[in-house]
Design a protein around this ligand. Sequence first.
Ligand code: ATP
Ligand code: MG
Length: 192
Amino acid sequence: MDKTAKLRLFFGLEIPQAIKQRLLQIQQPVAGARWQRADQLHLTLAFLGSVDAGRLPVVCDAARNLPVEPFELTVCGIGCFGAPDRPKNLWAGVQPKEDLVRLHCALDQGLAQSGLAGERRRFHPHITLSRFKKGAGPVTELLQSPEQLVVGSFAVDRFALFQSVRGEQGSVYQIIERFTMMDQGKIDSADG
Ligand code: ATP
Ligand code: MG
């Protein structure tokens, strides 16, 4: 690969198939909605943006051996960015946020130590379900009892580096590498 080629990168979580299937069932006809396909559903942990392909080894090294333990994540709740009658993005929520924030911060720190700038926007962990063009919506009905949406739980014991490629049918996300999160107790006992 050309080392100066630019890759659009982000770290994120893959979503298990069973959870994806349930998320797809939320879909309803909403004017101007671009619902995410199963292969597009993911949770962004840290957005890098455009990076030289030659820096891929540095990016991957920054994500190895992070001091973050595996945890259980529950997908629940629904919300939107933008006003419900003029939404920009409809999303499913996740709990507990603290574990994801820890993972996000550890990644950010690892990247900063390697001279890679993370995204400065505040981290709002979510799974995007639909994007909307201007003048689309409303999603008011979908948001009537947001807390009633309980999709399911899964174990977060790994994350991935994704490449985002713009396509005619929306962005396509390809996994470049997966990173396993290790139980810190196990790492310590393995050390000695
Ligand atoms: P598209 O831009 O084609 O509508 P997309 O937003 O999913 O699709 P990307 O822009 O490549 O594709 O983004 C990849 C992931 O990173 C998405 O989850 C997106 O929400 C997130 N992301 C994009 N830009 C930022 C940013 N500036 N800060 C934080 N996360 C971002
Ligand atoms: Mg985008």
